[in-house]
Structure formats: C-alpha cells, structure tokens
Design a protein around this ligand. Structure first.
Ligand code: ADP
Length: 276
C-alpha cells in the first residue's frame, strides 16, 4: 500500500503527489485533531497516518514549508502570515482559508486524512464544513487532546526539532543520543521559533480564547471525543486508536473509554518507537 508523501498539500498550486495513496479496504478515515500547541497532535497524526496510510494535513507544516529559506515568490499575505507564526500569533483566517481552499483536492483524497492545526477558530470550522460539503466528503470525528497548560509549557520549552527529517525530541524527557544532533538522520536539531518563551505565552493565551467556542461547535454536532494526553506518545496513541476504531465502526466511544483502555494496558497496533 502506498504511503502518501503530502507533496500536493505542502506545495499547493498545481503540485501533484508523487506517490498517491491506494484506497483503503474499508471507508477512508477523516479526522480533525484539536488540542493546545505542544499537546502532541502532530505526533498522533503521524502515528495514525502511518497506520492508515492516510494523509497528515497540517496547516503549520504548509506555513513552515513556505518559510523554508530556499523558497521564493512569497506573496505579501504569506510573508505576513510567517511573521505572525514567529510571534506565536494566529495567522488571519482569510490567509489560512485561502491556503486550505486551494488544496480542496487533498480533502477528496481516497486515502483519507487527519487534519492537524486546522480548524482553530469557529470561522475556520464553518469554512471547513462548507469545503467538505463542496467536495462531497464527511468528517468522522474530532479528537480533542486534553492536558494541563503547565505540563504543555514544559513540553514546548524543551522541544527540539530536526531541521532535516522533522523528528521531534525533548531536551530532558526524550533527548537525542548526542546533544543537538538527530538520532535518525544526523542533522542538527533546533528550537522552533514559536517555541521561544514569549511566543509560547502568546500561543497559550490565544488557544484558550478560541478553544471554548470551537469545542462547543463540534460538541453540538456530536463529533467531539476527548482524549487524555498524558503519558508517552505510544500510550496516547493507544487511547487514540481505541477511540478511532469505535468511531469508524459507527459506535460512539463511552465517556472515559480512552482512559480506561490505556490504563488497562490497551495496546495499539504497531506503535512506533520514535522520538516525541
Ligand atoms: P502548534 O499546534 O504547536 O502551534 P502548528 O504547526 O499547528 O503548531 O502551528 C504553528 C503556527 O502556525 C501557529 O502558532 C500559527 O501561527 C500558525 N497556524 C497554523 N495553523 C493555523 C490556523 N489554522 N489558523 C491560524 N494560524 C495557524
């Protein structure tokens, strides 16, 4: 089975995926992941997509790809978006919606997808619904990862990311074997610009302002599933997988199911030994 390479999502425009996914045996999964910055959504999205051969659709990754030094021809709106990102602020809805809107075909992808970092506001959630209606696809569920803010700040402050393969580490909790060097590809690790302390504080404030209305929006639609985000990535993945399987089978996970499953040693298929 082909694993999608996300080229069309990251590059936008007329870019085509080199390795488009094969349709899965059953219906494709289509999920939105919510949660504060640093809660581990990106890692869970990767683990789910590895397992499902679905596409990891991250709006933060589109912006980071656009900000790569080798990339030219950035529009003024994109330059402004990159500056907002560096400061830990949200990029204006109009810019994000333009970027996602021009990637509508990724939402139609037969392999399914996991949206990470979008939507972040109710206006974005409403626009996503309109896009999905236009593309004729449905949303299975919205997973909300929950963790106390103090724990998140600790995670973000120590996060380091590989400049090449994007593997994620933590200076004390998941350090690389050699400080500052990626175990996987040997390239340098760096702190994301928006993981500096001032930017972290801004991101947390903005997250708290937007999250209540967004949770209410998806709660009313009956799509919201809460997943505790404590523990290591494989433990969180075990909870995620159990919820995902129920939802995909058309069963609403009973409240607390995710937690009970992982505490009872519920295992997820093929957990990957990977940093962060
Ligand atoms: P994190 O979840 O750790 O903040 P992301 O990669 O999702 O990381 O986002 C990084 C930054 O990109 C955000 O702080 C914000 O500036 C910008 N961004 C990403 N997605 C959106 C979005 N949907 N709406 C507005 N800004 C966004």
């Amino acid at each position: 089975m082909n694993k999608p390479n996300r080229f069309a999502w990251l590059a936008g425009g007329d870019a085509q995926c080199v390795n488009p996914p094969d349709p899965p045996p059953g219906a494709p999964w289509r999920l939105v992941l919510l949660g504060a910055p640093g809660v581990g959504k990106g890692t869970q999205a990767e683990l789910l997509c590895d397992r499902l051969h679905a596409c990891h659709l991250s709006t933060g990754d589109i912006l980071r790809a656009a900000g790569d030094p080798g990339r030219c021809n950035r529009s003024p709106a994109l330059e402004a978006a990159l500056q907002s990102m560096r400061e830990g602020k949200l990029v204006p809805d109009a810019t994000i919606l333009e970027l996602v809107g021009e990637r509508g075909r990724c939402l139609r992808c037969c392999g399914g997808w996991v949206l990470d970092g979008f939507p972040r506001t109710v206006a974005q959630a409403e626009a996503l619904q309109a896009l999905l209606d236009r593309e004729g696809v449905g949303l299975d569920s919205v997973f909300n990862y929950e963790l106390p803010i103090s724990e998140i700040v600790t995670r973000l402050g120590g996060r380091r990311v590989c400049t090449e393969c994007k593997a994620v580490y933590h200076v004390t909790r998941q350090p690389p074997k050699q400080p500052g060097i990626c175990d996987r590809c040997g390239k340098r690790l760096r702190r994301r610009e928006d993981d500096r302390p001032e930017a972290i504080r801004t991101r947390m404030r903005i997250y708290e302002e937007n999250t209540g209305p967004l949770l209410e929006y998806y709660g009313k639609k009956g799509l919201l599933v809460s997943i505790p985000a404590h523990g290591n990535p494989n433990e969180i993945y075990a909870r995620t997988w159990i919820c995902g399987r129920s939802v995909h089978a058309g069963i609403t996970p009973p409240e607390g199911a995710a937690n009970a499953a992982s505490e009872a040693g519920g295992s997820a298929p093929e957990p990957r030994a990977q940093p962060s």
